[in-house]
Design a protein around this ligand. Sequence first.
Ligand code: S3P
Length: 444
Amino acid sequence: MTAAHLTARRAGPLKGTVRTPGDKSISHRALILGALATGVTEIEGLLEGDDIKRTAAAMAAFGAGVERLGEGKWRVEGRGGFSEPADVIDCGNAGTGVRLIMGAAAGFDMAVTFTGDASLRGRPMNRVLKPLGQMGATWLCRAGGTLPLTLKGGNLNHIAYRLPEPSAQVKSAVLLAGLHAAGGAEVIEPEATRDHTERMLRAFGAEVEVREEDGGRRIILGPGQRLTGTKIHVPGDPSSAAFLLVAALVTPGSEVTVQGMLLNPLRIGLLDTLGEMGADLSVTNVRDEGGETVADITARHSELEGVEVPPERAPSMIDEYPILAVAAAFAKGRTVMRGLDELFVKESDRYALMLRGLRACGVAVEDDRTAAMMTVVGTARANHPVAGGAAVTTHGDHRIAMSHLVLGLAAEQPVRVDEPGMIATSFPGFVDLMRGLGAEIGEA
Ligand code: S3P
């Protein structure tokens, strides 16, 4: 997509049944573990967003055979480890990609230089470098622990690392480095975060022990694990489905079904929250697909009520706060969101951009950044929805763009977003899919 802007405006109801693209977290991991393993990994349903294409290219640069066989169908031939790439590894916009790959690469005696786009070059890498350094890796980087950086790994030792922030990326980086560390690795997470790495390591034949501990978890990866290529079926991404579901909830007369959405309990905090807001959501056809539970979710336009979102729910819906804030804007009453610290360091400062975007669209938002808390004052009144009518700056953040487009579908005045090409990092085809449901989104 080359348009400089996209504008969403109010039109008829959204109707239809769609499949969301493959899960971004699982797609990154399938490629990385496939490349680290010995033998062939066949992947179905891989997300073909820009972030994932970067990871695929990186795995090829580390020596794996990476081949696209058809839509979402990929074959990775792992060589049982990484070899030194001939050039810089450019992860584009992908924080998950670069942090996981750094962890995986740290296990090998080689120097690798990583970089990314302007957004990624501004994001903190210290959170990953700190544990990797404790394991024995060294690096040279820009001030503040930002990309570009060169990482030198090999000869790693065991670590038992307690996560200072609830980050599945950091957990995964440590576990992937632990695959080639003497003694393996342990991660203690005070709050449980998405567990795709643990699950997938097992699918590749590794032994991973998970102990529940004081409300959190201790994940133990023993020494000397060998990964063997396998088959991976990537389920639909709940973080992408979220935009479709909320679009249906806030647009009068809508009914949208999203098929094959991942229902991993560590990913669906938004469903719980929307349920508490009174959303008409039905979950059908619950089934197991490749070791994960998936289901079809139907959302119908609903009169939503404001709620207090428990802060401990944040890790299970961290990427969904922008679209939750949009749902909250159309609700009756106040929606209080706490524990939002991690939003400051996503693809953009999502806290700041949601505040600015919602206010520009006429939504009252109370902010307390120091307390990492935000309250959206819902505008629901008969025949008087959210005003809209703003041009929103997204700082190249896909989720900020999609959230404001959804807002525009149900607002009084159209909403315009910039840098819409970035939507393809996580949800290629978003605009066409929305148009197919009846949304009016134009390139202007
Ligand atoms: C992800 C973890 C989360 C999430 C990101 C994907 C993952 O980041 O925001 O989109 O795949 O591990 P953090 O680990 O920084 O919370």
